[in-house]
Design a protein around this ligand. Structure first.
Ligand code: SAM
Length: 238
């Protein structure tokens, strides 16, 4: 999904995940604290650069990298994070902050990507990563992974970064709500019988979606499950 910001919800299937992502990013930026004067951030897999205004308002000097140029032509480095980095980028000195929101699931070579992240980060600098764990296929055929938080920790620590914060976003209500909102009810045949069978399922699906989106029961009932929506992790180069 190529979003312009994290404040509005793009499609129904984003209903549960977007507010969680938005809050995670805000809380990560608060945890890391005010940037020092001249601090530089690299938004990796930046897409339409939805975080640019927030980061610039905070005082960061903003730079973006993506495998392809965006619609506004605002990507500074058109290159892949899991390949050979352009010399101009490597020689530009380390960044204080790296951000990868909903990117690593599209990156096939994590080994090279993490080597590059460490190269691009200043010592003491932070790296904020979010990745989906329960989410529909998107940007196919470039949709490779649904990593666990253990995978992120493994690659980070293997490459000398410390996990300073890690959270699993989304409870059972969010997961089931996302599943419902990613499902369409359709007739399988053009017969009266198929119409009559589909109608109650279609109505039931609409009603269920309505209650999940209203979050009527969420504050009263805990739905426990070993699925969650997305990973949110903050790393630091020690
Ligand atoms: C789902 S979009 C997320 C965009 C943005 N970070 C956001 O939060 O809206 C994934 C982005 O990663 C980029 N991307 C995919 N593979 C990449 C790679 N190997 N290196 C760098 N960027 C990549 C895509 O072009 C796309 O812009």
């Amino acid at each position: 999904m190529r979003r312009k910001n994290y404040e509005s919800i793009l499609g129904e299937q984003e209903y549960f995940t977007t507010p969680l992502l938005s809050n995670s990013i805000k809380s990560a930026l608060t945890q890391i604290g005010e940037p020092k004067p001249g601090a530089r951030v690299l938004d990796i897999g930046a897409g339409e650069c939805p975080l640019r205004p927030t980061l610039e308002e905070m005082g960061y000097e903003y730079c973006s990298l993506d495998i392809e140029q965006n619609r506004g032509g605002t990507i500074n480095f058109v290159t892949r994070i899991d390949g050979v980095l352009p010399e101009q980028l490597e020689s530009a000195g380390g960044f204080d902050l790296l951000i990868l929101t909903e990117v690593l699931e599209h990156v096939p070579d994590w080994e090279t990507a993490f080597i590059n992240l460490v190269k691009l980060l200043k010592t003491g600098g932070h790296c904020i990563i979010t990745t989906p764990f329960f989410y529909m296929l998107h940007e196919e055929p470039y949709d490779f992974w649904r990593p666990t938080d253990h995978a992120l920790r493994f690659f980070a620590e293997k490459h000398g970064m410390e996990v300073t914060y890690s959270r699993r976003n989304g409870d059972g209500w969010d997961v089931l709500g996302t599943l419902l909102c990613s499902t369409s009810v359709c007739r399988k045949q053009k017969s009266v019988a198929a119409y009559l069978a589909t109608l109650p399922v279609w109505v039931g699906h609409k009603i269920l979606k309505y209650f999940f989106k209203k979050r009527t029961l969420q504050c009263l009932v805990d739905l426990q499950m070993r699925y969650y929506l997305s990973n949110f992790i903050i790393l630091q180069k020690s």
